[in-house]
Design a protein around this ligand. Structure first.
Ligand SMILES: *[C@@H]1O[C@H](CO)[C@@H](O)[C@H](O)[C@H]1NC(C)=O
Ligand SMILES: *[C@@H]1O[C@H](CO)[C@@H](O)[C@H](O)[C@H]1NC(C)=O
Ligand SMILES: *[C@@H]1O[C@H](CO)[C@@H](O)[C@H](O)[C@H]1NC(C)=O
Ligand SMILES: *[C@@H]1O[C@H](CO)[C@@H](O)[C@H](O)[C@H]1NC(C)=O
Length: 965
């Protein structure tokens, strides 16, 4: 989260006194910027800036192996486009699997940065090999200038061809350019809010990968995550797909020169480590990619319920009231969240003692647990580090971290500081060998289930890492004051009304008075004390030496101002006028010349920060609750992150509502992050009743479903308006009905990278028309979701590919024929949902308010045959939360051949598995039904809906057949 308003309160510096700090700093000349806060500081590195003059390398030696090649390359002529060239390179080519070929080029001395495998277990170069003959891909090498071409043996399709495009391999710049075959559709290269099929034909279109705090998720810019992986899909008669993953954590611009006929990687350094995937379907490419970064643990079942959150809760009673109001409205609520509001002055791992006292927070969490609900809170990495006025000497999180040296520091050991929510902050260096132990201890203490804040999951924000410093030399104390970090808070409230379900909160009670203290003068005293301390803080303006900008003596401008400038977008808004334009890569983040504990600079590993934050948090959560799956939702990510993702600070607009679909494709189809979602109703700006009602439905078909918004926006809990209440109730129940279907396809995703969310073009690649469709999607393999797209509209034009569908609600069959169909009278209590023919959907039958209740409901199987009469489905049953399930799982296949439904598989999970009934859709006539060969009489035929419903009331604990005759 980030401020959307630029309330700048620059306190005038009036005093003459100077205060000593423990910073190594000296005064700078006054800054001269162009009025926009951006200073274009030239790189100190000699360079020509003319990459097109470079002549590349030639093959010096090339040694064929059974499994590929090893060789060396020599620089043909000094190039110096963006700094010194590496003269001698090493190339390794390996056929790694039948469908994966790897080309790895490093400098001969091994100086260039390589992505370490603490982020994911990247395959080592000879971990997996097959012979050239066994591979479905082939490679040709051109000797001078060096180039290579990768093609698919089966159809000759060229995946990548660098011929004629000299390789540039320099200390701070690497360029690889390839032709793109005619008809290429490039999808992926997350994270962005552009069309899923990238607009590569647009003049100058560039995908920049450099993780950043990106309020409002603007198009054509770099956003929070970095996933240097794309799928190249071809549609139509000869439909196919291939993929390319560049294993690099460098900042980079991926460009599409010559009207999108080429792809060009421009990185800030590192090596070239390219993995080519054969496909030949897009889903195959996704699965093949996930083998490189590794699959992640499935999420717990409860995490798929509905999540409620907002930034700006006044106190813990306010939080309780939201829960109570959801309950009263009959809207299923699984998890209530708390943003940074709960912290004392935004210091991580603390509670605001007046508004979020521990005993009250524990009370609310106990009440949630008693009704099978959960709490999740935010934990940022940035740790308050003290100001001249506010000491952090007794702040345990900072002090223990400092003692162990786990924060980013200058070479002389002094702390590197930026500005985040609490004001000045230190940034944990997750590569430090003691960082995990420090974080584990912090979690064991603060999130102690017996004595602390007993959360069920953790929300990771600001982990790009984000920093409010607009430029490197800006004074942290001045910026903290300007941006009101931490903000002033209103005095503790008197609880306005009693809260059903939270009897300990009563009307008129002062929230800052301990439970049980009824003495109202105590309460006023507490309020008075808070008022005094607030008053003290507000009237102190910073002394002059904390106003001037300064430059650290360790400034290493080679790594701060690289000669090649990626198109990193400035983080808006910090002050008027600087929203646009390029920025220096350290602005609004941790500075890039810092050397981490693992010896690498943040210059090289900036993009890994969020993933590492997720990894230590995941590990700490597992240690805190051994045997239980950890649930984390993060903003920043890199390929292989163990975290689920929310899409960051979006806006309450119709445009961004529909854009959530293409962002889900990037993550849950391409990048291997199955659980992903946008803030329903939008985070920034004010939502409207109709937008929020439609978004209640669309959000229910994000694999992660949360309503969240920011401090300065109007409240938008679903219960606040009539239409949103109607929508969220209905959508919430449909989501719960489908929850085991969701859990099952996410299990599949976690096992092998099969997409969780499917673009229409991935399901119907022969139909060229599907390539531009980004306002509809498949939720899991079988369910077509077609949201209403316009304000105040109750109709929507949807495209139905030529296949059979069934209306989800009525089970009436709908024949798609590759045309657009207009649906009208789409009320707010519903959404166009179609089951694609060929599906057996396991639904929970009945109504529940939580996932725990939902698991107790019996199943109803819906058999929706395709035109040839067949259907297939999959159901995973387990306890939904253990890390090691052992044999205590059921993996159930549901296969219908037009006549017999066969239920087969393993049936190790003995609970929550009652089968109430089976509904066969698309049945033209009444039929007799035999269950395991015996005639069944509890059968109803509905001639209008054309369904046969068979009532069974038995367990899904062994194989069975149901035959229609
Ligand atoms: C940059 O190049 C110029 C001209 O070739 C040379 O005089 C200068 O020493 C070089 N500077 C550095 C820092 O290498
Ligand atoms: C909860 O509902 C009550 C009664 O309608 C209302 O007065 C209150 O503002 C609501 N609270 C919140 C936090 O939405
Ligand atoms: C709180 O402050 C007000 C004036 O600021 C004073 O009149 C009152 O007596 C104080 N109450 C207590 C309990 O200290
Ligand atoms: C981008 O996606 C939107 C729908 O999300 C669609 O209206 C638009 O046509 C798409 N643009 C292209 C070039 O495909």
């Amino acid at each position: 989260m980030k401020l959307s308003t630029s309330a700048l309160v620059l306190a005038a510096a009036s005093q003459a006194a100077t205060v000593p700090f423990d910073h190594a700093q000296r005064l700078l000349r006054p800054r001269q910027d162009a009025g926009n806060g951006i200073i274009d500081i030239p790189s100190p590195v000699n360079h020509t800036g003319q990459p097109d003059k470079c002549t590349g390398y030639k093959v010096d030696e090339l040694q064929p192996l059974d499994t590929g090649f090893d060789g060396t390359l020599l620089l043909l002529g000094e190039c110096n486009a963006y700094g010194p060239d590496y003269e001698r390179l090493k190339i390794q080519v390996r056929y790694e699997t039948h469908d994966r070929l790897r080309v790895r080029i490093t400098d001969a001395e091994g100086k260039a940065h390589v992505v370490p495998d603490d982020v994911a277990q990247w395959p080592s170069i000879d971990d997996h090999t097959i012979t050239a003959d066994e591979s479905n891909l082939a490679i040709d090498i051109v000797r001078e200038p060096f180039g290579f071409k990768v093609h698919r043996k089966a159809d000759g399709e060229v995946l990548f061809n660098t011929e004629g495009h000299p390789l540039i391999f320099e200390e701070q710049y690497v360029r690889v350019r390839s032709a793109l075959a005619e008809g290429s559709n490039i999808q992926g290269l997350a994270q962005h809010s552009d069309n899923f099929t990238l607009p590569i034909h647009e003049d100058g279109y560039t995908r920049t990968l450099w993780t950043r705090d990106a309020y409002g998720i603007p198009g054509r810019t770099n956003l929070y995550g970095s996933h240097p992986f794309y799928v190249n899909q071809k549609v139509g008669e000869h439909a196919s797909a291939s993929g390319t993953f560049l294993l690099s954590s460098q900042g980079m611009d991926v460009k599409f020169p010559n009207n999108g006929s080429e792809i060009e990687y421009n990185t800030l350094g590192g090596i070239v480590d390219l993995f080519f995937f054969n496909g030949p379907t897009p889903a195959d490419v996704a699965r093949q990619g996930s083998q490189v970064w590794g699959v992640s643990e499935p999420v717990p079942y409860w995490s798929l319920g509905f999540h409620s959150c907002r930034y700006g809760y006044l106190d813990i009673a306010h939080v309780a009231e939201v829960v109570a109001n959801y309950t009263a409205a009959g809207i299923p609520l699984e998890v209530q969240w708390m943003d940074i509001d709960y912290m004392k002055d935004r210091w991580i791992q603390t509670l605001d003692p007046d508004r979020f006292a521990l005993e009250k927070v524990r009370y609310v969490i106990d009440q949630l647990h008693a009704s099978n609900q959960h709490m999740i809170v935010m934990v940022d990495p940035s740790t308050f580090s003290g100001t001249p006025n506010v000491s952090a000497d007794s702040y345990e999180t900072l002090q223990t971290g400092k003692e162990q040296g786990i924060f980013m520091a200058y070479p002389d050991g002094s702390l590197y500081e930026g500005v985040v929510w609490p004001g000045p902050t230190a940034f944990p260096d997750w590569t430090h060998e003691r960082a995990q132990a420090w974080w584990d201890a912090e979690f064991a203490r603060f999130f102690n289930p017996e004595t602390g804040v007993d959360v069920s999951g953790i929300w990771l924000d600001m982990n790009e890492p984000a920093n409010f410093l607009p430029y490197l030399e800006a004074n942290i104390y001045r910026v903290s004051v300007e941006r009101e970090m931490p903000p002033r808070r209103p005095l503790p409230r008197l609880i306005p009304r009693s809260i059903p379900g939270f009897a300990a909160f009563t009307a008129g009670q002062n929230i800052s008075a301990p439970f049980g203290s009824s003495n109202s003068s105590d309460e006023t005293a507490a309020a008075n004390a808070t008022r005094r301390s607030l008053h003290k803080r507000q009237t102190q303006s910073p002394p002059p030496s904390v106003v001037d900008d300064y430059l650290s003596p360790e400034l290493d401008s080679q790594w701060l101002y690289p000669p090649y400038r990626i198109q990193d977008r400035r983080a808006p808004p910090s002050k008027a006028g600087d929203q646009e334009g390029l920025k220096n890569i350290s602005d609004f983040s941790a500075r890039t010349d810092i050397v981490q504990a693992n010896g690498a600079r943040t210059y090289d590993e900036h993009n890994l920060y969020g993933s590492r934050h997720a990894i230590v948090t995941h590990n700490a959560l597992v240690k805190r609750r051994p045997g239980k799956r950890a649930f984390t939702i993060a903003r920043s990510s890199f390929s292989g992150t163990p975290s689920s993702i929310w899409m960051g600070d979006n806006l309450s607009t119709w445009e961004q509502y529909i854009q959530t679909i293409r962002q889900m494709f990037q993550f849950a189809a391409v990048a291997g992050v199955g659980v992903v979602g946008a803030d329903s109703c939008g985070f920034g700006g004010n939502t409207t009743e109709t937008l929020c009602a439609r978004w209640a439905w669309l959000g229910a078909f994000n694999t992660f479903y949360r309503n969240h918004n920011e401090l300065s926006s109007i409240s938008q809990e679903f219960y606040l308006w009539n239409l949103t209440t109607i929508a969220a109730r209905a959508a919430g129940h449909v989501r719960l009905q489908l929850l085991d279907y969701t859990y099952s396809f996410l299990q599949q995703h976690a096992e092998d990278g099969t997409p969780a969310i499917w673009p229409l073009s991935w399901v119907h690649p022969q139909d060229r028309h599907t390539i531009g469709l980004e306002a509809q999607f498949y939720y899991g393999p079988h369910l077509l979701v077609s949201p209403v797209v316009d304000e105040n509209s109750t109709s929507v034009a949807i495209y139905l590919p030529a296949t059979r569908y069934y209306d989800f609600f009525t089970l009436a069959s709908v024949e798609g024929n590759g045309t657009t169909v207009t649906l009208s009278d789409v009320g707010y209590d519903t959404m166009p949902l179609h089951i694609k023919g060929g599906a057996v959907l396991p639904l929970r039958y009945g109504k529940a308010m939580t996932t725990a209740e939902n698991r107790q409901l019996p199943f109803r199987l819906v058999v929706a045959p395709d035109a040839s009469g067949g259907a297939h489905g999959y159901l995973r049953l387990d306890d939904g939360e253990s890390t090691d399930m052992g044999d205590n799982v059921s993996d159930i296949n549901l296969d219908f051949d037009g006549c017999t439904l066969r239920i087969t598989g393993t049936f190790g999970y003995g609970e929550c598995n009652t089968l109430d009934s089976i509904v066969f859709a698309g049945q033209e006539a009444r039929k007799r039904v035999f269950v395991d060969g015996k005639a069944c009489h509890d059968v109803v035929y509905d001639k209008h809906a054309k369904t046969i419903t068979v009532h069974l009331a038995r367990k899904l604990d062994c194989e069975m057949t149901v035959k229609l005759k």
